[in-house]
Write a protein that binds this ligand. Structure first.
Ligand SMILES: Nc1ncnc2c1ncn2[C@@H]1O[C@H](COP(=O)(O)OP(=O)(O)OP(=O)(O)O)[C@@H](O)[C@H]1O
Length: 620
């Protein structure tokens, strides 16, 4: 047979030999994958079949038929079983079997007669038993790598003195290292617990050369017995450790559970109240209802009531947010309206009957700028108010959330007018009662599909627990209420002024609540005042409306109205009627004369608003 035919037979004995697909008879031998050829005369001399996932049988008898084969390598494959009888290949100079799954003892004479063998690589297999004596007797051995096997017993006396590479590490070798190898690097012997002597640590008296030759390598039945003992010990240890760990874990879990229980509960409670604007979070809004109450959803308007408590309980709901009084949910009633349910935790200023009467009064209000109160649910410890849902959310979210749409000047003017009209209607509906909105702020102005504003959470001061109201309701931020007591319509005017300034500047009022000079609370109005008086740069307006052409004069007028609504002293603060009248006068565009005087000389701010001029317009 030709070399090609012999190699094809060899290939056939291998399993998983797809990597050798280009071994085809017709082609030149030296183009076959894994074949080593002499470049000068194109003669084949070796096989280098690395990393090919090969397995099966290495047919040494077939290889024997290849007279020029001097190098054989199958490193990094999956061959298993005992080492094949390579000693027949007496011409072999290099044998590479590392990183396979070969196992078992290698007979002492396994390398006998291989006088040309220079390089032997058997590393990272599962070989056991003694290092074969015939290996130690190879006259030309130059590279030897037996690392990572389970060779045991003592190291034989190697004939060769000069190795280029020598590694017996990570085996189970024992006894003293032969004198001839004492000049080797210690790493060549590392990982053999039983080895001693140079270059490793010295042997004790029992060790040494003598004892080395006496250390018998246990026969295979003895070794099997040892293996079982070790295996059983390991299993027992693992079982004990696992059981002990489980018991310890259970104990620790119970212990911490008991200690953390109160915290977990309060965390759950808190998370119900935490602000969450993610519309996607689905919640069981009405589980709160299930806890008690008189069982009835009390409708306060005749035009509402197309649903009942059960419908509300079944509605899918999302948390809109959580304010100072409790969470607010949007509930989508199946085949019914979408409503907003707001939970109030601190609404205990009135008895049940008084509360119901007040809700009925509020429910009777009807105005395009008041969000209708549809129903309420009474429970001693907390109350639920049901309002219409406004699809464009709150004014606050548009002014301050990054995702809120930009409101132009004409929309802002429409909102201010709507707010003022809603307030006026509220005051006129309860003549002589001085019932304020009480909680007027941008998050309580909600916008419908056409950005028409609707006031919400109005008229609740009489039923609110006073201490909580004092801390959180917007009306109590007015300086005089902050100092002396109950909110009233004049304190609403203060809130209206702040709302106007917030709308024009885009600044969030709470950021300007700080302790100012003389113990007075500073506020957005003080900031606006200081900007226009001391460091007027034209930047008082929100950047989204600053460039509005043809409306700057009206914007300045509104700024002036805002300032008059925020007069510190109640006497000089405008009354709501005056504020409403001035707001109603505002137009979207400046009148022709005003406009031409602003634009004719260039930049509005540097031209028209010197500090003195502005201060004059504000203070007068
Ligand atoms: N009727 C409504 N329609 C649409 N969105 C609403 C409605 N009522 C409230 N919201 C939204 O729910 C959010 C949370 O309202 P909530 O009243 O709980 O908070 P708040 O107004 O910031 O605080 P507070 O409890 O002091 O009134 C508001 O910012 C608003 O965007």
């Amino acid at each position: 047979d030709t070399d090609a035919q012999i190699l094809m037979r060899f290939k056939a004995s291998l399993s998983n030999n797809n990597a050798l697909n280009n071994w085809v008879n017709e082609s030149s031998l030296c183009s076959w994958r894994g074949l080593l050829c002499n470049h000068t005369d194109q003669t084949f001399y070796g096989l280098r079949l690395h990393n090919m996932s090969l397995g099966g049988k290495i047919d040494v008898d077939t290889l024997l038929e290849l007279p020029t084969l001097t190098s054989f390598s199958v490193m990094n494959n999956t061959f298993e079983g005992p080492m094949p009888e390579f000693k027949k290949l007496v011409r072999l100079r290099a044998l590479f079997l590392s990183n396979n799954k070969f196992s078992g003892d290698i007979p002492d004479d396994a390398f006998e007669g291989m006088t040309k063998l220079k390089r032997v690589f058997l590393a990272e297999n599962g070989f056991t038993g003694h290092i074969p004596k015939s290996l130690a007797n190879l006259p030309r051995l130059w590279d030897l790598d037996l690392r990572g096997n389970s060779f045991g017993g003592s190291i034989p006396e190697f004939q060769q003195k000069d190795f280029r590479m020598f590694n017996l590490s990570h085996n189970q070798l024992e006894g003293s290292i032969p004198e001839s190898l004492s000049n080797k690097d210690p790493s060549s012997f590392a990982g053999n617990k039983g080895l001693c002597g140079k270059p490793m640590s010295p042997c004790n008296e029992i060790g040494g050369n003598e004892s080395r030759s006496e250390i018998p390598y246990p026969d295979s039945s003895q070794r099997k017995g040892n293996k079982y003992r070790i295996l059983i010990t390991v299993i027992i240890v693992i079982v004990v450790v696992v059981v002990a760990s489980i018991v310890a874990l259970l104990f620790i879990r119970n212990h911490w559970r008991k200690r953390l229980q109160p915290l977990i509960l309060s965390k759950q409670e808190n998370s119900k109240n935490s602000v969450d604007f993610r519309e996607s979070q689905s919640i069981d809004v009405t589980s709160d209802f299930k806890k008690g109450g008189d069982g009835a959803l009390n409708f306060v308007r005749e035009d509402k009531g197309g649903f009942d408590l059960q419908d509300l309980l079944r509605a899918s709901a999302v948390v809109l947010g959580s304010g100072s009084f409790g969470s607010t949910y949007k509930a989508m009633i199946l085949n019914g309206p979408t409503v907003v349910v707001k939970r109030f935790r601190h609404m205990n200023n009135a008895g049940k009957q008084e509360f119901i009467e007040h809700m009925k009064r509020l429910g009777s209000l009807t105005h395009p700028n008041l969000l209708p109160l549809d129903a309420f649910y009474y429970r001693k410890e907390d109350k639920f108010l049901v309002y219409d849902y406004a699809e464009n959310g709150s004014l606050a979210s548009h002014l301050h959330d990054r995702n809120g749409s930009v409101l132009n000047w004409s929309t802002r003017l429409k909102i201010v007018k709507g707010v003022a009209r809603g307030l006026a209607y509220l005051y006129e509906s309860f003549p002589g009662q001085n019932l304020p909105h009480g909680h007027l702020k941008s998050s309580n102005v909600v916008l419908d599909h056409s950005f028409e504003p609707h006031l919400t959470e109005y008229g609740l001061v009489p039923v609110m627990t006073k201490s909580h109201a004092q801390r959180f309701m917007a009306a109590y931020k007015a300086p005089e209420v902050n100092q002396f007591g109950r909110p009233n319509v004049k304190s609403d005017v203060w809130c209206l002024g702040i709302l106007i300034l917030e709308l024009l500047t885009g600044k969030f009022p709470a950021n300007y609540l700080r302790h100012g000079k003389g113990g007075n609370n500073s506020d957005l109005a003080t900031w606006v005042d200081s900007v226009v008086r001391e460091e007027w740069t034209g930047e008082v307006f929100d950047k989204d409306i600053m460039g509005t052409r043809n409306g700057e004069g009206e914007m300045l007028k509104l700024l002036r109205i805002g300032m008059f609504c925020c007069k510190w002293s109640v006497e000089s603060r405008w009354d709501w009627r005056e504020a409403l009248a001035k707001i109603e006068e505002l137009k979207e565009k400046d009148s022709d004369e005003e406009y031409s005087s602003y634009v004719s000389e260039g930049d509005l701010y540097s031209r028209t608003m010197t500090e003195d001029e502005f201060s004059f317009s504000v203070t007068n």
